[in-house]
Design a protein around this ligand. Sequence first.
Ligand code: S3P
Length: 434
Amino acid sequence: MRIRPVSSLQGEIHLPPDKSISHRYAILGAMATGTTRISNFSNSQDCQSTLDCLRKLGIRIRQSANEVEIESRGWREFQRPLESLDAGNSGTTMRLVSALLAASPFVSTIQGDESLNRRPMRRIIKPLTQMGARIEANNREYPPLRITGSQLQGIHYGLPVPSAQVKSCVLLAGMMAQGETTLVEEIPSRDHTERALPFFKVVLEREDHQLMVSGPASLKAAKMQIPGDFSAAVYFIMAALLIPDAEICLRRVGVNPSRTGLLTLLEQAGAAVEKTHFAEFNDEPVCNLRVRFRPEPLQRFPTEISGHWIPNLIDEIPVLAVLGTRLEQGLTIREAGELRKKESDRIHSVVVNLRNLGVRVEEFPDGFHIPPGQAIQGGKVQTFADHRIAMAFAIAGLIAKQPVELDNPSCVSVSFPDFFQRLQSIGSYTTQSG
Ligand code: S3P
C-alpha cells in the first residue's frame, strides 16, 4: 500500500466502535444472567476473538450489523471448551478471558497468534494464582496458558504495572471469588470496566487509589451502547492538525478522561478542537469533535511526556511520534517501557520506521527522542504486523515529501478494518494498493 502526500483533508469520518469497551461489555454480558444487548459493537478482529472465546464457553451470541445479543445463564454455567480458546492478536481478550477460565471448574487452554504468544502473561498469572487458580505457561510467562480453574478467593493486590487489562482481569476474577477483592492502582489506567459494572448490577467501591468488589456476585444482563473509539479518532485528529486547510468532523467519540490525555495536551497547546453535542452512553462521556488546521505552531505542547500521562495515551504514542517530527521543540517520550510489550515492540517499531523515512531519532530503553527541525522524507515502512504502527505511518505518508509504502496494511483489521477507506474518503487519492 502506497500513501501519497495530500494538500487537503476535509469531511466527516465514521469511527469504529470502541474496541476496549466492546470487549468488556461482551465479557460482562457472558458473565450475567439473561440477554445483554449491545449496540454499536466493534467489528474488529480483536473483538471477534473475544466473542469466539465466549461462544466456546457455551454462550449464545447473535450478531447483526453492529448489534450483538449475548444470552447467558451466568458465569457459574460456563461449559468446558471442547478445544483451545484462541485470542488471536488480542491481549485484552487473553488477559480478561483468563479470569473467566480461572474461576471455572475445568481445565482449559487459551492461545494467541505469533505476536500474542510473545507477550507477557505473568502479570495476570500471579494474581489469578494467588486467588486459587493453577496456570501453566511457556517459561512461566508466555501463552498458550493452561488454566485449571477453581473456586477463587478474594485478594488484596497492588498493581505492579499500570495496566487496565491486569486491573480488569483481577476485578472480573474478584467478582467470581469468595470475599472481598481490593486493588491498589497508583497510576490510573482506563476505567471502562469500573464504569460498566453498575449496569450489570455489580457494586464497585472506589476510594483514592483503591477499588473493591465483593464476590461471588450475580450479574444481571444489561442494555449497552458503545461510543466511537478515541484511539481510532486520533489518527484523523493528527492528520487534521498537520495538513494545511484540513477540517474534519468526528461524531459520538468516546471522551472518557482516562483515554483522552493526548487530546488534553493538544488543546492546552492551542490546537483548534471544538467539542459539541455532549452525551453519555452508560456512564461513558461522548461528544462530537471538529478539528481544524491552524498555521500557528503547537508551542505549548510538552517537550517531554512521561509518568502518569503514559498509561492515558499509551496506544496513541506511535502517531504522536509522527506529530513529534513537526514540533518546533522536538519530542521526548520516557517511562514508556510498556510500549515494548505491545503487539510489536513499539519503541523499536517507531524508531526504525522514523529512520526509514529519513527522520533522526534517538532510542532509549523506555522511550525515544525526536530532535526538532525535521521533515518526513518518505520511503518504506515495516508495520511489524502491528495495526497502530500501520495507521500511524499512514498518517506520516500524508505529510511526507515522497510517498510512504506500508508492507502489511491489512493488519489494521484487528482494530479498524475500514481505516484506509475512511482515509480515502476525506483525502482523495491518498492510497493505492499494490
Ligand atoms: C487496553 C489496555 C492497554 C492498551 C490496550 C487495551 C484495555 O493495555 O494498551 O490497547 O482494553 O484494557 P495494558 O493494560 O497492557 O496497558
